[in-house]
Design a protein around this ligand. Sequence first.
Ligand SMILES: [Zn+2]
Length: 355
Amino acid sequence: MTEAGSNSVNVLNAPFPWQGAQWALLSRAFAASQLAHAYLLIGSEGLGKSLFADGFAKYVLCKNPVAQSATGALVDAAVACGTCSNCLKCGAGNHPDILTIEPEEGSKNIKIDQIRWLSEFVIRSSHSGGAKVVIIQAAHLLNANAANALLKTLEEPNDNTHVLLVSDHPGRLVATIRSRCQKLAFQVPDADIAASWLHAIIGAGNVNSILEASDMRPLIALELAQGDSLQARAQFLQSICDVKTGKKSIQQVLSLVAKNGESEVLTHFSAFLSKLTKYSLTGIIDNKDDPALQSMYALLAPSKEKSLAQTVASSLALFYTEVETARRQLASSTNPNPQLIMESILWQWSKLKLH
Ligand SMILES: [Zn+2]
């Protein structure tokens, strides 16, 4: 994989919010039949260039491109519809008019055999009767022979075929290949654009510090956020479960909390409590696939007796306001003592009657 986090966000046909200018340039050129034969997509890792190339290839093959405003994106340009027969084949990763080349598994290079394959793809006719697209991921990993072979293809372009080379390190590509391509540069997004995108995906959490840790590269930030905070959340929810069942002491949970930070775990706690309150009243389970939540629901069999369910729900709601107060205290500048606040919350939790 050449771009961090690709799998988790590969659900859209539209460009990322910080790629509007590049998308508009290419899609308008395509609509006007002025798309160049070869583009070189350059910029740091983690800006979503690979996914941009995938999405653009889909758009080129789509039978009914739609206005992007329909997809909720920011840029006024067309994108793939996602539902025509070509889009469905692209979505399944097997459209015969798109060829993606990248280092084979276990290899650090793109080899000449792969480029021979590419040359055959370029000269054969299109299956769907339209354009064909070649995507070369991590193009700087072409070995010398492969680069020479590719150069021949770029020197004799086929009208109907467009080549998108993607590279985090274009300086490592031979100059003769670079000079045959139109450059399309991707920049690190503005902080507020990156922050609102990340926030929409991960919800609560310290979006700004994660972005800083990633040098403002959104897909790397997403990887950081999902890796760390999801694991920490699961661990914390399990441990407060264990407090209720007597498997863990408050002290043990406190040492876990010290590792992850009080604010972060209280954010998870508060989100969890609102789900638990709803469950106690209605028996409705959210996020069936979330194992951390499932252990929590198991603590609390919804009572058939309405009055008891109401009592449990009221105690949960009351406790929820305590957690929210604790979160506000932690966020305030006159921060008293995070460990003490946490200890008090855990003690109240351990005493809470759930059935
Ligand atoms: Zn389509």
